[in-house]
Design a protein around this ligand. Structure first.
Ligand code: ADP
Ligand code: MG
Length: 551
């Protein structure tokens, strides 16, 4: 047996860890399971290149809680550690990491926005335990070792007769942390942080119902068996190639992510890039209401399949925080404040990549199936309009697919709208005037009046509209918006409107009579003089649909 002293400059760092991270004690489990996962993946790698001559098998990680003994155990079948490795990696690497973290944290920690206290490491165990033991056997042919430490810089290290390869961490839970001895608490944490980690994680067993044998009688109970309760999905959809996924796979992954959400998403965007930064993920466009506040904090951030946070502020542009889904990137620095993030080069690139992907997806939906895009417009417009306002790059792209619905339920792009009204809706300064209604019911009579004049009236009822209007007015020359009940819309000029005189009702009747006399009164044609006020044509002669079909 050997004892030793951990070489750290702070006499006892554990009270400090506890004190600084008091609100985040629960992350000890994520850290220890991350280590167990790393150890397993390292073994996988070493066996695959032939460096470890052992059977990799079908390893899992197991978490056990013993409430009586006040112990939590995290057991893996990974590479394990030799005695020398424990000295090096635990006594030196882990503890120097702890010290370094505390140094940084003392300053950054005052800034409340630290992302996720990520990578705190092995020593985070001391946030909940007053004694920690490691039982480990390396894949190398060396004796197993037993390390234990009660939180002071002194530790104990001895050989032991363990035969299974891998590492078992034993936490002796402190009096102030007994909440972690509840199965329900541990299950909740595993579901929160480890739901998509790459190695199966077992927590207890569950009863599985098997199919009835063929010769079973009607009221024979179905047979059951106890199976490992694996709490995670080691291969979530975002880790797969887009080509290998069908619509249904995206839909079922959405349900897996948000089990309590019953509304289907409208569409998804698969993110997948490995240069100049690494990022994978799937974003979903949910149906959105006009209430922007309740929509936040829905995208989950992961790092190598480990959950970090569901607050992605500062990482994705704000207008996209209304989306849902997952992003996973090892390139986002996490033990830093959010204000630092915004200045980070990698994060900036990631943010603009995501913006571009979203714009490209919207653009292709628009091009490939305009009808469907129009149907979805009301559910997605908040994001798009908000994006157009806040990100110039997005504005440039969205200009081509952003839609402007009219009170007649038509949907124009800006370009189409312009073509439609540039000759009929200009004011005396030769500015194109875009008419809109903000409340279809209250402005009904104005809308009807404008329609009667042949004007297009947009329906703009989202809360962002006043800002969007301002943005459009300043980014385009020679346009102005006017609400349909504004008085100056009476003065709009039709460019070709040169010569038509307005007729009185009496004159209209007379003219109608004359024209009908020419084309034959009982013919199928109808003369519409009402059109005279709203178009450049003096009158319209319409022909019923059935007449045209007969030709
Ligand atoms: P990090 O994981 O960032 O390297 P940690 O403090 O979590 O830092 O762990 C320190 C080191 O201890 C790891 O790099 C690894 O070498 C070793 N280690 C920790 N847990 C295990 C384990 N379950 N199996 C094998 N080695 C481990
Ligand atoms: Mg670690």
């Amino acid at each position: 047996m050997a004892t030793g002293k951990i070489n750290v400059s702070v006499e006892n760092i554990f009270p400090l860890i506890k004190k600084f991270l008091y609100s985040d004690h629960e992350i000890f489990l994520r850290e220890l399971i991350s280590n167990a996962t790393d150890a397993t993946l390292k073994l996988k790698h070493l066996t695959s290149i032939g460096e470890a001559k052992v059977e990799y098998g079908d390893p899992k990680i197991e978490v056990k809680v013993d409430k009586e003994a006040k112990e939590i155990r995290i057991i893996d079948q990974g590479i394990g550690m030799t005695s020398d490795e424990v000295k090096k990696y635990i006594n030196e690497v882990a503890f120097s990491g702890a010290e370094e973290f505390l140094d940084k944290y003392k300053d950054a920690g005052k800034d409340a926005g630290i992302i996720g206290h990520f990578g705190l490491g092995f020593y985070s165990a001391f946030m909940v335990a007053d004694k920690v033991e490691i039982l480990t056997k390396s894949f190398k042919d060396e004796p197993a070792v037993h390390w234990s430490c009660d939180g002071s810089p002194e530790f104990e290290l001895k050989e032991t007769d363990r035969t299974e390869r891998g590492t078992e961490i034993v936490l002796h839970i402190a009096e102030d942390s007994t909440e972690f001895l509840e199965d329900s608490k541990i299950r909740e944490l595993l579901k929160k942080y480890n739901k998509f980690m790459p190695i199966p994680i077992k927590f207890g067993t569950r009863t599985e119902t098997l199919p009835k044998p063929e010769d079973a009688k009607e009221d024979d109970p179905a047979p059951t068996q106890e199976v490992d309760d694996i709490i995670n999905n080691p291969t979530p959809a975002w880790t797969k190639k887009p080509n290998d996924l069908k619509d249904e796979d995206y839909a079922s992954f959405y349900r897996e992510l948000y089990p309590m959400q019953f509304e289907e998403p409208l569409f998804n965007i698969h993110l997948n890039v490995d240069y100049p930064f690494n990022l994978t993920g799937i974003l979903y466009f949910p149906k959105l209401t006009n209430d922007l506040n309740i929509q936040k904090d829905r995208i989950q951030l992961y790092q190598n399949q480990v959950f970090v946070t569901d607050n992605v502020e500062g990482i994705v542009p704000e207008f996209l925080t209304m989306l849902k889904g997952v992003i996973d990137s090892p390139d986002i620095p996490l033990n830093v404040s959010r204000s630092y993030l915004q200045a980070d080069g990698a994060v900036k690139k990631i943010s603009s990549y995501i913006t571009k992907k979203v714009a490209d997806k919207l653009s292709s939906l628009f091009k490939n199936n305009r009808e469907d895009f129009e149907k979805k417009w009301n559910d997605i417009k908040v994001v798009i309009e908000y994006g157009m306002l806040s990100e110039d790059k997005f504005f440039e792209k969205a200009e081509k697919f952003a839609l402007y619905p009219t009170v007649n339920n038509e949907y124009f792009t800006y370009e189409e709208l312009e073509a439609k009204i540039k000759d009929t809706q200009t004011d005396k300064d030769d500015k194109m005037v875009i008419l809109y209604a903000s409340d279809e019911e209250a402005q009904h009579s104005y809308i009807e009046a404008a329609k009667a004049k042949g004007y297009e009236v947009l329906l703009m009822d989202s809360p962002i509209v006043p800002h969007l209007i301002q943005k459009l007015e300043t980014s385009k020359e020679k346009i102005s918006f006017a609400r349909v009940d504004a008085d100056h819309i009476d003065n709009l000029i039709k460019k070709e409107d040169t010569s038509i005189s307005k007729l009185s009702d009496e004159e209209k009747d007379k003219l109608k009579e004359q024209i009908e006399g020419v084309i034959g009164e009982k013919s199928a044609f109808t003369v519409q003089l009402e059109a005279m006020d709203s178009t450049a044509q003096p009158f319209i002669i319409t022909e019923p649909e059935f007449m045209r079909r007969m030709k």
